[in-house]
Write a protein that binds this ligand. Structure first.
Ligand code: VGL
Ligand code: ZN
Length: 236
């Protein structure tokens, strides 16, 4: 009887310490702005090339797989009021995709997108997969590419939420490579997280700025993976 108990104890001990929760740093996933307005699938107002139904399905499948493997899933959601500073329609005489100076800041002007409470502001990945979805860009006066803070330096709850869950490493992907993915990944690195970006699960507004964004992220110590590779994520 004693031997049986000893054996069970050993087994439990062994399982506990080979289990990822015990011997590895906890990893989170940040799915950035996979919302209708950024996709061709939903005929979004700021549709990014290569964001058809197939792309979103791939993001969905990968996110589900990561969750099933024990990763904790977080999301960001662009969530602007109708009078947001980034909308070209709020600057009479200006055109979409034009850059303007607002004090010291450069603001790219976008078509109105992700307006709070509209159909195309919804996150297209199954919302049940997320522990939390952090909304950003809610202040009319400031844009917020980063999921961590806006251009005025106002912090979101993302750092707190990640730290509260013991996350040390984050896997980042979504839309757009050259704007919100880049800003979110870099701020994650600055906040002290190990950061991995999955290129094949990202889409960018323009090819040249996307290439530059990947180089810039790499220079900041972020690992860029061409595709989802669980072994490489674990080893990093
Ligand atoms: C984004 C432009 C404006 C993004 C958000 O999600 O990358 N880009 N707002
Ligand atoms: Zn926006």
């Amino acid at each position: 009887m004693k031997n049986v108990i000893m054996l069970i104890c050993c087994a439990v001990f062994l399982i506990a310490f080979t289990d990822t929760t015990f011997c590895e740093e906890k990893t989170g996933v940040i799915v950035v702005d996979v919302q209708g307005d950024f996709t061709t699938w939903k005929k979004g107002s700021l549709a990014v090339t290569g964001t058809d139904n197939t792309f979103v399905a791939k993001v969905q499948k990968s996110t589900k797989k990561l969750k099933d493997k024990g990763y904790i899933i977080f999301g960001t959601q662009d969530w602007h009021p109708a009078d947001h500073i980034s909308f070209y329609t709020n600057h009479p005489g200006k055109n979409a995709f034009e850059a303007i100076k607002i004090g010291e800041r450069t603001q790219v002007l976008w078509p109105p997108h992700c307006i709070q409470g509209t159909e195309n502001a919804k996150v297209l990945v199954d919302n049940n997969l997320f522990l939390a979805i952090v909304k950003k860009g809610k202040d009319s006066a400031y844009d917020s590419y980063s999921g961590f803070q806006d251009d005025g330096g106002q912090k979101t709850e993302l750092t707190q939420v990640l730290k509260r869950n013991g996350i040390k490493k984050v896997v980042v992907y979504g839309i757009a490579t050259d704007y919100c993915v880049k800003a979110t990944a870099i701020d994650a690195a600055i906040a002290g997280f190990k950061v991995i970006v999955i290129d094949s699960l990202c889409r960018g507004v323009a090819p040249d700025t996307s290439t530059k964004a990947l180089e810039e992220m790499e220079k900041k110590g972020i690992l860029i993976l061409k595709k989802l590779d669980l072994d490489k994520i674990k080893q990093f």
